[in-house]
Design a protein around this ligand. Structure first.
Ligand SMILES: Nc1nc2c(c(=O)[nH]1)N[C@H]1C(S)=C(S)[C@@H](COP(=O)(O)O)O[C@H]1N2
Ligand SMILES: [Mo]
Length: 330
C-alpha cells in the first residue's frame, strides 16, 4: 500500500520501500505465514538494512503490524544502519553514555502499557497502548533525526500521525499546547535515581505543531517494534526539531492552555528553548549548529554535511512560524 504525499521532501515513488526489506528471509517467511504482510516493490535492498532486526512484535501490537503502509517520506534518503540507530542513543533514564540505553534497557517492561490523556479535551482517561493506535493505519516514514549535539541519522519509523491520535481525544479550544511525559519508574530507570534532571522527562508542542502532518507517534522502526533504547513502546518523532523534542516511552499526554515546562529548557534555558527548531543560523552557546555529523562516522568528510533550516522540512512546517522571531524563540 502506498500513501501518496506530495511534498518537496518526497522522492520518486519507484524508490518507495516496504517493511519487507528490513526482514531477513527466514523471519519474513514466518511473518508472511502468520499474516498478510504489506508489500510493495522493494527494489534496492541495502545489506545494512537487510540485517535489520529480528525482534518479535509484542502481543499488544502484533495484529497492527501485519499491515504497514509505505509512504514516500524520505524515500531518497540513505537509511542509517539499524545497528547504529539502535546502539547510539540518548535516553538519560538509562544513563548518560550513548551505549547505556542499549546495554541497560533489555528488561524494560513495555507490555502492558497505558497512556493517560488529561486536560483540555472531551475524551480523557487511561487508555491501553493498543487502543490509542489501533484505529489508524500504521505507516512507514523515513525521517532525518538531527540531535542538538550536531549528529544526525536517517530512521525508517513506523507509526501513526500524531494529529489522528490527538483528534480522537477531542481537544477543546483551550488546548493551546500539548504536553508529554515519559514513564517515571526509578526501579526500571537507573538514571531516574539521581542526577540533575527533574523526572519524569517532559516535552511539549504547540497545538498547531502537534497537528502538523509531519508530527508522528512511532511504535516501531526498521520493520518491527521499537527497541527499548529507542523509546518503546511509543515515542514522539518531530523531525524538524532537535532530537530532544522527540520524547520516548510516553505515558501521559495533557492538553494545556499555557506553554508547558520541558526538560532541557528547565535544565538550561539559555541553551535549549521550547521551540528547538533545527536552525543552522542559531548556534548553540557552546558549539556551531551550521553543520552536522551524519552517522555512522566521525567528524570527517563526507560525514560532515550542512544543517538545513527545519532539518530540511521548511516547506511542510515553515508556515507554523510566520511572524515569530526564530532567533529569540530558539
Ligand atoms: N524520555 C526521553 N526521551 C528522549 C531522550 C531522553 O533522554 N529521555 N533523549 C532525546 C534526545 S536528546 C534525542 S537526540 C533522541 C534520540 O533518539 P534515538 O535514541 O532514538 O536516536 O531522543 C530524545 N528523547
Ligand atoms: Mo539529542
Amino acid at each position: 500500500m502506498l500513501i501518496r504525499i506530495k511534498k518537496k521532501s518526497d522522492a520518486q515513488e519507484n524508490q518507495v520501500t516496504s517493511e519487507s526489506i528490513y526482514l531477513n528471509r527466514r523471519q519474513f517467511m514466518q511473518r508472511a505465514a502468520l499474516s498478510t504482510v504489506a508489500m510493495t516493490g522493494a527494489a534496492n535492498l541495502s545489506a545494512a538494512i537487510q540485517q535489520g532486526n529480528t525482534r518479535a512484535v509484542s502481543k499488544q501490537l502484533a495484529s497492527h503490524f501485519s499491515s504497514i503502509a509505505s509512504t514516500s517520506y524520505g524515500a531518497d534518503e540513505k537509511v542509517t544502519p539499524y545497528d547504529v540507530a539502535a546502539s547510539y542513543n540518548n535516553f538519560y533514564e538509562f544513563g548518560y553514555g550513548k551505549d547505556d540505553p542499549a546495554k541497560l534497557s533489555e528488561n524494560f517492561i513495555t507490555d502492558p502499557w497505558n497512556i493517560t490523556i488529561e486536560g483540555a479535551a472531551d475524551n480523557t482517561g487511561v487508555f491501553a497502548l493498543e487502543d490509542v493506535v489501533k484505529d489508524y493505519q500504521l505507516e512507514e516514514r523515513i525521517y532525518r533525526l538531527r540531535c542538538v549535539e550536531a549528529w544526525s541519522m536517517v530512521v525508517p519509523w513506523i507509526g501513526v500521525p500524531l494529529s489522528s491520535v490527538l483528534k480522537k481525544f477531542k481537544p477543546t479550544s483551550n488546548a493551546k499546547y500539548v504536553y508529554f511525559e515519559t514513564l517515571h519508574d526509578p526501579r526500571q530507570f537507573p538514571g531516574q535515581r539521581g542526577g540533575n534532571i527533574e523526572w519524569p522527562y517532559r516535552e511539549g508542542l504547540t497545538i498547531a505543531e502537534a497537528m502538523n502532518p509531519l508530527a508522528f507517534l512511532s511504535v516501531g522502526m526498521y520493520g518491527s517494534i521499537l527497541p527499548n533504547q529507542n523509546g518503546a513502546p511509543i515515542r514522539l518523532v518531530v523531525p524538524w526539531k532537535y532530537g530532544f523534542k522527540s520524547i520516548k516511552s510516553i505515558v501521559k499526554i495533557r492538553f494545556v492552555e499555557e506553554m508547558p515546562q520541558t526538560t532541557w529548557n528547565m535544565l538550561a534555558p539559555s541553551e535549549y528553548g521550547f521551540y528547538a527548531n533545527v536552525n543552522p543560523g542559531v548556534d548553540h552557546p557552546r558549539w556551531s549548529q551550521k553543520q552536522e555529523r551524519r552517522l555512522p562516522g566521525g567528524f570527517l568528510l563526507p560525514n560532515i554535511i550542512d544543517t538545513e533550516m527545519f532539518n530540511g522540512y521548511q516547506e511542510e512546517v515553515g508556515h507554523l512560524y510566520t511572524g515569530l522571531d526564530l532567533v529569540k524563540n530558539y
